[in-house]
Design a protein around this ligand. Structure first.
Ligand SMILES: O=C(O)CCC(=O)C(=O)O
Ligand SMILES: [Fe+2]
Length: 308
């Protein structure tokens, strides 16, 4: 087995690191990455922690999982909070709404939030990026994805409460990969009225009519707004991820209809995106910038673009 691992494990790792762009890869290609994960497991023989096991079991059953920064016992959590709070204090006051673009573009967040992107996070709050490659987080996500994970995007978002259902507040499905896990860390207490992440349960999401799936995937023009969604699925079946500051919610947004619930108050959150290492869209590239801080396993998962 060791010989197999030596020969193929490295080859797989290398090949995965090199794949640049797979515009429309098939699910078969996605699953062809699975052996790299099996080989790594055989090599390390380290069982996932109970938290990682619980979160990934929940993800497998419902496409949603919940934990918290404290429960994850993320080693850098004190510095994480220091850096995050410092950054939030320095964020410009929000004057959202005066931005050009198509209000019905379901991927356009500019109408309801300002965000701090990866290059600035790498400079001013590197611990935020480190949480994305925390071993427990990676264990949970890879056990769900079934293939080696790529952390490909991180945003710190300040969502204004203008009540408008625009941008990612329109119901949609994410399209980065066959499975696309978003991990959301709330930085303030979020109740059902503070713009929580809202989604339809997996059984309902998976049995939506093809025309609605098509509109959820396109997320452009013909938006799926609350009024229409409640005709299709009664509001009592809609679910919200709520919780105090430090709550961590994970969801496979390629499988669940979801959006940010329109709200009146301020929501502060960090969004992490995880896919396979050659997602359908966009092109991603492994980034060696934090290699000296990371274990080989963490390096393999760091695809965040930190270049301005
Ligand atoms: O704002 C939210 O809670 C959801 C965001 C979202 O769906 C996205 O970024 O794709
Ligand atoms: Fe989304």
């Amino acid at each position: 087995m060791q010989v197999l691992d030596k020969t193929f494990g490295k080859t797989f790792d290398k090949a995965l690191g090199k794949v640049r762009y797979n515009r429309r890869t098939s699910p078969m290609f996605y699953w062809s990455h699975a052996p790299a994960l099996w080989l790594r497991r055989l090599r390390t023989r380290r069982p996932p922690s109970p938290v990682a096991r619980r979160v990934s079991d929940d993800l497998r059953a419902t496409a949603v999982g919940t934990t918290s920064i404290d429960e994850l016992a993320f080693p850098g959590r004190d510095r994480f909070w220091e850096q995050v709070d410092g950054l939030v204090r320095r964020m410009e006051p929000v004057t959202v709404g005066a931005i050009d673009g198509d209000v019905l573009d379901g991927r356009n967040t500019h109408f309801h939030c300002i965000s701090i992107d990866c290059p600035q996070l790498a400079e001013e709050a590197p611990e935020v990026l480190m949480l994305g490659v925390d071993e427990t987080v990676l264990d949970a996500i890879e056990r769900y994805l079934g293939v080696p994970a790529a952390l490909c995007d991180v945003h710190l978002r300040k969502d204004v409460g203008n009540g408008a259902q625009v941008g990612t507040r329109i119901w949609h499905l994410d399209t980065e990969d066959h499975r696309t896990v978003r991990m959301i860390v709330y930085l303030n207490d979020i109740t059902v009225d503070d713009g929580p992440f809202e989604y339809l349960p997996l059984d309902i999401s998976s049995s939506m009519p093809p025309e609605i799936v098509d509109r959820g995937l396109r997320a452009k023009g013909d938006p799926l707004l609350d009024e229409e969604m409640e005709q299709l699925v009664p509001r009592v079946r809609w679910c919200q991820a709520i919780g105090p500051r430090g709550t961590v919610s994970l969801a496979d947004n390629a499988r669940l209809f979801h959006h940010g619930k329109a709200h009146e108050s301020l929501r502060l959150a960090i969004f992490y995106t995880f896919t396979s290492r050659s997602p359908r869209y966009p092109a991603i590239r492994r980034n060696p910038v934090f290699d000296d801080r990371l274990s080989p396993r963490q390096r393999g998962a760091f695809f965040v673009d930190t270049i301005l």
